[in-house]
Design a protein around this ligand. Sequence first.
Ligand SMILES: CC(=O)N[C@@H](CCC[C@H](N)C(=O)O)C(=O)O
Length: 372
Amino acid sequence: MDLEKMIKIRRELHQIPELGFQEVKTQKYLLDFIHDLPQDHLKVETWKTGIFVKVEGTVGDKTIGYRTDMDGLPITEDTGFDYQSKHKGNMHACGHDIHMTIALGILAELVENRPKHHVLMIFQPAEEGPGGAAPMLESEPMKKWWPDSIFALHIAPELPTGTVSSKEGLLFANTSELFINLKGKGGHAAYPHQSRDMVVGASAMVTDLQQIVSRMVDPLDAAVISIGKINGGTVQNIIAEEAKLEGTIRTLNAKTMDFIKSRIEKISEAIELRFDCEVTIDYGSNYYQVWNQKKYVDQFEREMSLIEVPYQQANQAMTGEDFGYMLKEIPGFMYWLGVDSPYGLHHAKLNPDEEAIETGIKAGVHMLKHIE
Ligand SMILES: CC(=O)N[C@@H](CCC[C@H](N)C(=O)O)C(=O)O
């Protein structure tokens, strides 16, 4: 594997970030690379903007799955790099460009030096939303080439380059998106008593939502409610008739998610009474927790020591990953790959160390050849 070539690929992918299920250029880029490989032992099928590639193993008594995500985020890049996003307002700010490059590098190595087991490389769209993993599991290529086990990685900005990290059991949280619409009555800013001000309604709602986790959830049972976007009103002297909130809920256990949703509904009824308005709630897409099987994590740790890739025990994280749906149906695990970036995931200045691509390929190829 030529690291310089892989960095070039990463930078090309970095320039064309596309949102979930719009990954048309990205899919074409990946297909061009895949079609340039020797085709003798490859089978390729597309699904929406995703791709399945099956590499025939030399023995082929099992199939091992490897999944990468493909989509970018609606963030305006602020890295100042000469290879920064050409898609204004979108950025690969969650490392999916690195993930895809590693998957291509793994594929190229496996074609050169075929594994014993069949390998199913899954290029999955829409991880950031609305979620590609669950529908992909229902697709024909997936059913036809169903893997016996599966794994995937995610970059970790806070870990040193060249290191990996995982844990058995829960790695990533249960998540649910949260969209709240408040409808009151607009009017002149000088006559608030004749209106139902949804800027005030929405502000009260945000404050009330923040009290669910701090006052109603057991502090030993971690949960998060974050509102990432608030929109309302038109101009400074008109009272806002409508306001919209967008956020996400994260919990370590599924029952707590149900509890939080029931509290959000109570708060919304209270806001309706207090502000004489209408509140509607939509939970968007929900992601199932990422649950790692001990057997595979233990083997991963052992195999990493054999190839001298430093491994460390991970903590649970409140990030979400729709790969959790794949792990719900297929045994396997997910791990973090250190990329040592001073800025974190979902930041406009995220700057993963590209040297980590080498470790990602080395770890992936080794595991695909040795996983039990
Ligand atoms: C690894 C990562 O950052 N994943 C995303 C998944 C998004 C889930 C969904 N759109 C939501 O916001 O609930 C994350 O934000 O954790």
